[in-house]
Each structure stands twice: as C-alpha cells, then as structure tokens.
Design a binder for this molecule. Structure first.
Ligand code: ZN
Length: 82
C-alpha cells in the first residue's frame, strides 16, 4: 500500500493497473476505485490532498481491491470490478 503524496505520484499511479482508495474525512467514506475509474480525478486529488493539506482526506494506492478492503476497510466502488 502506498499513500499518494504528490500530484505527479497520483498521475503515475492512476496510469497503473492497481486500485486507488479515497478516504473522505468529513463524510468518513472510504471507497476503493479501479485506477481507471472516472471517480479518480487529478483535480479532486489536488483539491482534497494538496490544497486541503490532507485535512479532508487522503488517497492510497493498492495493488488489489482485497488489500484496500482488508487494510483500509474500504468499500468497493461500483466500477471497481474484482
Ligand atoms: Zn469509482
């Protein structure tokens, strides 16, 4: 599991075949998305993590959906597939 700390890192991992978990702190929502999912968006990442200094959430990359579910207690997005 990798915590995504910068926009270039985000862009690189989004282009990978893994999964991206979005932790949304205000709503306490934790969702795992395929890296290619339309919900995984660099503008949202920049706003939430970079501009918000991680106060409103964090993004993590995992190789599998299972890893996100077991380590982050993420719920799979409807696009995540398995
Ligand atoms: Zn999604």
């Amino acid at each position: 599991m990798i915590k995504i700390n910068s926009l270039p890192e985000f862009e690189e991992l989004k282009a990978s075949s893994g999964f991206i978990t979005i932790v949304d702190t205000p709503t306490k929502s934790v969702k795992v998305h395929a890296a290619s999912c339309p919900h995984v968006n660099s503008a949202h990442y920049a706003k939430k993590v970079i501009d918000g200094k991680e106060k409103n959430g964090r993004y993590y990359w995992t190789e599998t959906v299972h890893e996100a579910i077991s380590e982050l207690h993420a719920e799979p997005c409807s696009y995540a597939g398995r």
